[in-house]
Design a protein around this ligand. Sequence first.
Ligand SMILES: [Zn+2]
Length: 321
Amino acid sequence: MNKKTLAIDLGGTSAQLAVLEENYDIVHRWNVPTDPSDGGQYIVPNLIASIRDALDELSLEISDFHGIGMGAPGKVDNQSGRVEGAFNLGWDQPQELRQALQEVLDLPVQMDNDANVAALGEQWQGAGNREANIVMMTLGTGLGGGIVIHGRLYHGSGLVAGEIGHIPVFIHGGFLCTCGKKGCLETVASATGVVNLAKYRSQEQGLAEDFQKNLEKGRYTAKDVFAWAQDGDTFGQEVFQEYTDYLAWACGIIANTLNPSKIILGGGVALAGDFLLEAVREKVVHYMYPPTRESTQVVLAQLGDDAALYGAARLLLQSKE
Ligand SMILES: [Zn+2]
């Protein structure tokens, strides 16, 4: 008998949850705020309580579901369901997340890193068009990556494959990254990266002090800088060109290493749409090994926040194949 799927995308601010029908359409979705206080100890109990409330409201039973698919931040062991390094959830210790959910809800749970799950979702129901080999970059506050090879997520030998955001861009120096290194791609190609570049160039060019101060204080976002560029502002255009150079360069490295059919750009920065895509497409050819140009294409994500929900459901489905 076909059953429904429960999908969870656990994030630092909130968890998104969804019920997917037997045909994998999302039929109900809701949010639970993430409470990172006291070492994040309320997160799992809050999720469980919210799932029980939702099932009551929908007149569904646990037995109507064949399992839970889930994306979580940090290093996620997709075999054991252990989560490490999810500091934004207040979890400074490794968490046996799958065990905690399975024990109480009595359903099989499959989980993976959030950026991986988003990549799998786009491959399955979005821009990836169910093609076997795709790579996704999630351009948000950080820069997440996910690699799908032969239709399945690629984890590498230490479960940390796809950390595209930490590809070194500068051999020496560069901006400090959240990982403790300097000069990672994330420091120049995420939303934070746009602002880093703007700060750096405004200081270098000695632009008005007020403007520099506002940048320092985080009063301008990547969206603002892109808007200046679109309006024809010289400084905005310079930063936008530099930003898209780094992004195109990264796409070139991915194309030449893995030759995926699609490199999918998602996350908040990619909401700039064709304005971003056209610039990256124009530049990426310069970084691509010529035969790769015919078989690897850069495209925009299509599913927004739903990518992780679809990917989580897909994980569970694949575990049964
Ligand atoms: Zn880094």
